[in-house]
Design a protein around this ligand. Sequence first.
Ligand code: IPE
Ligand code: IPE
Ligand code: MG
Length: 236
Amino acid sequence: MSAIPRHIAIVMDGNGRWATRRFLPRVAGHRQGVESLRRCVQACLDRDVRVLTVFAFSSENWDRPQDEVSGLMSLMVGVLAKEVMPLKANGVRLHFVGALHALSDKVRRGLEQAERDTADNSKLVLNICFNYGGRWDIAQAAQRLAEAGQPITEASLNEAMALSHVPDPDLVIRTGGEFRISNFLLWQSAYSEFVFSDKLWPDFDTAALDEAIASYGRRERRFGKTSDQVVAGRGA
Ligand code: IPE
Ligand code: IPE
Ligand code: MG
């Protein structure tokens, strides 16, 4: 097994607590979370990770206080204005994944423009899950197939899912000390390796990422087979 996961997915959790511990408003934690993401993207580029998928806003996060939701929306618009050019220069291709039609026109136009601006890149695919939920994804895929009168199979669902442009994540990391999936990649993480970190997302540095990758490298992925079969397959 290659020690470097091809696709890493991250539940970037703990921004609010990071801010609260410093007596700052929660949105200051989200701003710091963007810095952490920038560092993580660079680390993935340096390590030849091919796909990074991050959970930035869940279907359920609309239920937060209105000022936090609007703070997150304007943060996204501001971040795109500032970050798209450097991402483009570094070979990053942006994809936004989620129920994007439900966003305001301003936010949606920003996301679409960022996708267009980076469409020729291929060094690292950065999927930003925004207004995303794993249940939403499965339901929208099934609905699209039903409307097209197509059979619903694992393969056809896979094709219709929002992350059909990338392989399933090899490694899923959740920061912030919680041991739950919170409606992240329910379908795609069927055989992912999981790492749970106590670090709050703004504190999740390159050393922590390397630790997670090292932990991944020590795992034996069996995909339902026996260990003997996996070892024999490696020699083949
Ligand atoms: C994750 O951090 C970012 C979003 C959900 C937008 P949180 O905001 O959930 O941070 P905590 O869990 O409250 O510390
Ligand atoms: C998951 O974190 C969503 C994102 C990181 C965007 P939450 O903070 O929303 O998850 P719960 O509510 O603790 O499960
Ligand atoms: Mg949280």
